[in-house]
Design a protein around this ligand. Structure first.
Ligand SMILES: *Cc1c(COP(=O)(O)O)cnc(C)c1O
Length: 356
């Protein structure tokens, strides 16, 4: 069997959720959108089922997958509903919805609902992507209240730059949120992972941690005690020696300067390992530090074994995980851990741990 594998450490996931809840206080929705950032939404949701106050996903189908798998806790749709049919499904499945746009209020007002539904009203406090601004927040709140279709309203907002501790933007968003919601009762939810870890002023009734659950610290200082959940690994499947001056791989990007022992690894960009990383990108071979050399291909990549005489066919190669922080690879690829984790596909998946 091809050795390319994503190992998912569900004990680490449980640890990270507990840590988020402790750091924030109050309750926490485990954000499991995008197939739990590539980790498997159903398995991750089940591993957290005895601890989680609820879950958040992007849209209805992601919530229905969890309900079909037997998850009974609250599930919030972060984008809310797109049409009246979805609203009926939300009511039937007992889901929670974000309302960020006037169309969604209209849909609620027009819906023939048997019972009133909980709603999370989104405040645009400065990200300018979704939500109501300033006085429109209270107007939206009044309309929801008057519709008779809404049971209780949680007030929420989302930060654009909470992962930048030196930047004033988050404090400004906090002030804007507080000003727009001053007269309104009900629970609040502000903090994503970065705000859970770095902005105690943003800690209110509900946290919404995502990336931190998966052990990738969004703050530049890191050191928050998160445990990586995914380890992306494979093995050396062939070895060759190339003399100085020999090119390696597509485009001959790497050319050997000295006799070089090259390990061929079953992992490529079709598995989600980024094609854009340069020569020298870190990885480990049998636990020893080494480096990528040559361009990443669709199914394979090549690593330097010159300094590792004991390594050979079958040697384990970690692309990211407990030995190689995913944030290092994200930086090398000029992206963020989120994108790398979401993009993992085609590889085998092995779950470990996760029992209470
Ligand atoms: C995705 C998302 C989150 C989680 O963000 P992280 O940075 O992964 O913690 C929280 N809130 C909203 C509205 C989101 O869309």
């Amino acid at each position: 069997m091809r050795p390319a594998l994503a190992r998912i450490d569900l004990d680490a996931l449980r640890h990270n959720y507990r840590l988020a809840r402790q750091r924030h206080g109050g309750r926490a929705l485990a954000v499991v959108k995008a197939n739990a950032y590539g980790h498997g939404a159903v398995r991750c949701a089940w591993a957290l089922a005895d601890q989680a106050d609820g879950y958040a996903v992007a849209f209805l189908d992601e919530a229905l997958e969890l309900r079909a798998a037997g998850i009974t806790q609250p599930i919030l749709l972060l984008e809310g509903v797109f049409d009246a049919a979805e609203l009926a499904a939300v009511a039937e499945q007992g889901l929670w919805q974000v309302v960020h746009h006037e169309d969604q209020i209209r849909m609620l007002e027009a819906a023939p609902l048997a019972a009133a539904l909980p709603v999370w009203l989104k405040v645009n406090s400065g990200m300018n992507r979704a939500g109501f601004v300033g006085p429109a927040v209270a107007q939206a709140w009044q309309r929801l209240q008057a519709s008779g279709k809404v049971s209780d309203i949680t007030l929420m907002t989302h930060f654009a730059r909470a992962d930048e501790p030196q930047v004033i933007s988050t404090a400004e968003q906090l002030a804007e949120f507080d000003a727009a919601t001053r007269e309104l009762p009900g629970p609040r939810s502000l903090a994503n992972s970065a705000a859970v870890l770095g902005w105690p002023d943003a800690h209110r009734d509900w946290a919404r941690p995502g990336i931190l659950l998966y052990g990738a610290d969004p703050m530049p200082a890191e050191g928050n005690g998160l445990r990586p959940v995914m380890t992306l690994e494979s093995a050396v499947i062939a070895v060759r020696e190339i003399p100085p001056g020999s090119p390696l791989g597509y485009g001959a990007r790497f050319v050997a300067e000295q006799p070089t022992r090259v390990g061929l690894v079953a992992m490529g960009y079709a598995d989600g390992y980024p094609r854009t990383v340069p020569d020298g990108t870190p990885l480990t071979v049998d636990g020893q530090p080494s480096r990528l050399i040559g361009r990443v291909s669709m199914d394979m990549l090549t690593v330097d074994l010159t300094h590792l005489p004991a390594a050979g066919i079958g040697s384990r190669v970690e692309l990211w995980g407990k030995e190689v922080p995913v944030n290092r690879i994200a930086a090398a690829a000029n992206t963020i851990s989120y994108e790398l984790l979401c993009n993992v596909k085609r590889v085998g998946v092995r779950y470990e741990g996760g029992e209470a």
